[in-house]
Design a binder for this molecule. Structure first.
Ligand code: FPP
Length: 242
């Protein structure tokens, strides 16, 4: 069990977003296949979901597959899809027992039919759960999300359901996949890379960014708590004066 005694429980973030990076490099260093790296990564993801749930974090968003990931080798893409299928089949029951609510954000229509059906079944099974909401970003790209929102808003203007003057920042937020989810308080990216990689660009406007060197498969619940402690030590002023 992780020692969370130094956590300020009043400042537990509501929403943590994660870029789980470094599976491939971890695998190479262990002389394993990239898919082995993703497999270990999915086990770590499960541990972090449990830790977040235990801490009372309300939302966890995991970048499991980006729109750009479709361009990886067919072998890696099908391996990742199989892994996802395996994850959903084997973990659905346990996620449900842990009161986790699963939701997918991304271009659903891009997903293979079997994955889409599975995802929808798990979403349905867990929809009334009251523990953590696990948002899995699948075939997700933030520019595509904003483009999609823009088209919907433009359509409403064309149909006279909205006027130009009525369009506000809130209008944009309300048309994103995350329309009913608070913006992330903290973004964690593992593996030493310091980029946002087309992830939640709108939603991260005031989010604390924390980059850690550890490859995702080596990331532990203990280090996760350490990372949250770093977040807690920072002051968030939302661009206002101190
Ligand atoms: C980045 O590592 C990670 C991904 C592209 C996919 C993340 C997927 C998982 C952790 C497994 C599936 C998750 C679940 C929850 C079922 P990378 O391949 O870019 O690593 P590299 O930068 O070292 O090559």
């Amino acid at each position: 069990m992780t020692d969370t005694s130094s956590m300020k429980l009043t400042k537990i973030p509501r929403h943590v977003a994660v870029i789980m990076d470094g599976n491939g490099r971890w695998a190479r260093e262990q002389n394993l296949s990239r898919i082995d790296g993703h497999k270990k990564g999915s086990e770590v993801a499960r541990q972090i979901v449990s830790k977040c749930n235990e801490l009372g974090i309300e939302y966890l968003t995991l970048y499991a597959f980006s729109s750009e990931n479709w361009r990886r080798s067919p072998n890696e893409v099908s391996g990742l899809m199989e892994l996802l299928q395996h994850y959903l089949e084997t973990e659905a029951e346990s996620l449900n027992n842990d009161n986790v609510r699963l939701r997918i954000i991304g271009e659903r229509q891009m997903l293979p039919n079997n994955i889409l059906r599975l995802v929808e079944a798990v979403e349905l099974m867990t929809k009334d759960n009251t523990g953590i909401t696990l948002l899995m970003a699948l075939s997700y790209g933030s520019r595509a999300e904003i483009t999609h929102a823009t088209r919907e808003i433009a359509q409403k203007v064309r149909d006279h359901r909205l006027t130009l003057e009525e369009i506000s920042e809130e209008t944009i937020s309300q048309h994103l996949y995350t329309h009913d989810i608070p913006d992330p308080d903290v973004l964690i990216r593992t593996s030493g890379e310091q980029r946002i990689s087309n992830y939640l660009l709108w939603q991260l406007a005031y989010t604390e960014l924390v980059f850690v060197d550890t490859y995702w498969p080596d990331f532990t619940p203990e280090e996760f708590v350490q990372t949250l402690l770093e977040y807690q030590e920072r002051e968030r002023r939302f661009g206002t004066a101190a």
